[in-house]
Design a protein around this ligand. Structure first.
Ligand code: BG6
Length: 532
């Protein structure tokens, strides 16, 4: 018999094992941020650096150069960033657990910051940057440079060309030069190919780190651990046992102040070939031979390339009308700021995908995402095949609870498995019950904005969580038929879902056709978890 201590793992002990990774500082480097005064820098990049300082992951030999337009100088830049940090901390976000700013950590960071004003569309700034970097490199005794392009995507290509012309991307004497760019990587297959071709003329693929911030989420990274560090899931992870998979990214925000960007983009481009495909990738790839970046990314590309051409009949689009979200009345999309009054842009998209490979042939993957839905939730639900219930003749098969493994990625991070149990009593009555794992029962809340791991991984040269050119193109290639079909046939029923609902009826019919139904949005969340 096994002893109790072997059979039950106390949360505290489990957490200890999970934390037992070696402390490892990033190598000496200079970080150059283009778009130093922008929102991404203020809200995510700098707060992530601050958290990395607190976690002692940045080396002493580290400098930060902010390139930005405007009237700023080093002291006003530092002051503005500090104000932003103070307000983020005052807002009490879980990403900063301390009551106030950690002055020592902030000082450490602030003293390494230099602002370089100038127009990054002009060549002059690059020669100034070159001299500044030469100086920083000799102070820090390293020529490693990470360029972070926290700018609108239309500038990616030209900034990289300027860097190339100024010979700032050249790697020599063992020093590396890397560039981080953020989605969108193109707006369709043709523009993604063009962007890749343009930047690959200057940089090697191993110098490019394309961020999809969903891969910065702990729960998303955990999918690989769940699948490949446990013996019990993988044997069931295939067409023999899985009936279908539902991937949901539902939001309770509308387009807010992003009308201009969003109206030219839409839910499909904004969320599907990038964020939702990252979730699809993690859940459906074949086991890689290692967690080496290229091994994992090759499997993802292979998976995306195996997506069966999507028929327009398997795609549903929606746009929200007026409604009530989290108790507050909100206006319809066409009345949002900077949105055309007759806009045909979708704020909701649902797709049914088939994957033509040995493991998944015949298993539908249903993806949905939308703004202003009933609850905020990002989750993946694996629906297993029904057991042959000949034994329970009194219970109709359709009334038997389903086995569903739900990975709650946010906001109530955890995992649950639903299954059948006998209701206590003299009769055999079957009831649906669930086993639940919740992150917060086992682990300390994480102090992270979600960019820490991504920036750190880039500094140590681990590209596993970043997109490779062929993966990006394979994803666009999969959704291109839907983009084309939607562009050719404008919707006739917009707005077709009320803000605060579960989305358009057509999305329900997409599953009903196959004898399935969406899980209600937010159904697996435990009570008391706030939406935003
Ligand atoms: C962004 C999209 O990439 O991801 C937004 O442009 C969306 O429209 C956001 O709201 C969702 O990210 P998260 O981390 O809040 O789920």
């Amino acid at each position: 018999m096994t002893s109790t201590s072997e059979t039950s793992v106390a949360p505290a002990a489990a957490a200890k094992v999970a934390r037992a990774t070696a402390d490892r500082q990033a190598p000496p480097a200079n970080l150059v941020i283009f778009g130093a005064g922008g929102d991404l820098t203020k809200r995510l990049v700098v707060p992530a650096l601050y958290n990395l300082v607190r976690a002692r992951r940045l080396p002493d030999a580290f400098s930060i150069v902010g390139v930005g337009r405007g009237e700023e100088d080093t002291s006003s830049w530092r002051r503005n960033l500090r104000q932003m940090m103070d307000s983020l901390i005052a807002d009490g976000g879980g990403e900063f657990r301390a009551a106030g700013l950690d002055e020592a950590a902030w000082d450490w960071l602030e003293h390494r910051m230099t602002f370089l004003p100038g127009d990054f569309t002009r060549p002059e700034i690059y020669s100034k940057l070159k001299s500044l970097l030469a100086q920083q490199s000799s102070n820090q005794r390293t020529s490693n440079v990470l360029f972070y392009l926290a700018v609108a995507d239309k500038f990616f290509g030209s900034i990289i060309e300027h860097l190339g012309r100024a010979e700032l991307t050249r790697q020599s004497n063992g020093a590396w030069r890397r560039v981080i760019i953020e989605k969108p990587f193109g707006h369709d297959l043709a523009s993604a190919r063009a962007l890749n071709a343009q930047i690959l003329r200057i940089l090697g693929e191993d110098q490019i780190y394309r961020i999809d911030h969903f891969l910065g989420k702990e729960t998303v990274q955990n999918i690989l651990v769940l699948r490949f560090a446990n013996g019990i899931f993988e044997p069931l992870w295939n067409r023999d046992h899985v009936s279908h998979v539902q991937i949901t990214a539902a939001e309770t925000v509308g387009v807010e102040t992003r009308g201009k960007f969003y109206d030219g983009t839409g839910a499909l481009r904004d969320m599907v070939p990038n964020h939702l495909f990252q979730l699809l990738g993690m859940i459906a790839i074949e086991p890689p031979v290692s967690f080496n970046a290229n091994d994992v990314r090759a499997k993802k590309t292979e998976l995306f390339s195996a997506i069966h051409p999507i028929s327009p009949d398997d795609a549903v689009r929606g746009q929200y009308g007026a409604g009530t979200v989290l108790g507050k009345p909100v206006r319809g999309y066409r009345h949002e700021a900077n949105v055309a009054p007759n806009s045909m842009t979708e704020t909701y998209a649902a797709l049914k995908l088939g994957i033509d490979n040995w493991r998944w042939a015949g298993v539908p993957f249903y993806l949905r995402t939308g703004k202003y839905l009933a609850a905020r939730t990002t989750e993946i639900a694996i629906h297993f095949r029904q057991a042959p219930y000949a034994l329970f003749r009194e219970t109709p098969v359709e009334r038997l609870p389903r086995n569903i493994l739900t990975l709650r990625l946010q906001p109530d991070e955890g995992l649950s498995v639903s299954f059948s149990a006998k209701r206590p009593g003299q009769d055999i009555e079957i009831d649906g019950v669930a086993m639940d794992f919740s992150y917060h029962d086992y682990f300390e809340p994480l102090t992270a904005v979600g960019y820490e791991t991504l920036i750190y991984d880039c500094l140590i040269g681990d590209a596993m969580l970043f997109q490779r050119a062929d993966t990006v193109e394979a994803a666009w290639c999969a959704v291109q038929p839907v983009l084309d079909a939607w562009a050719a046939r404008p919707p006739s029923d917009f707005p077709n879902y009320a803000a605060g609902s579960s989305g358009p009826d057509a999305a329900d019919r997409l599953l009903q056709r196959d004898g399935h139904a969406w899980l209600p949005i937010g159904a697996h969340r435990r009570k008391g978890i706030a939406d935003d």
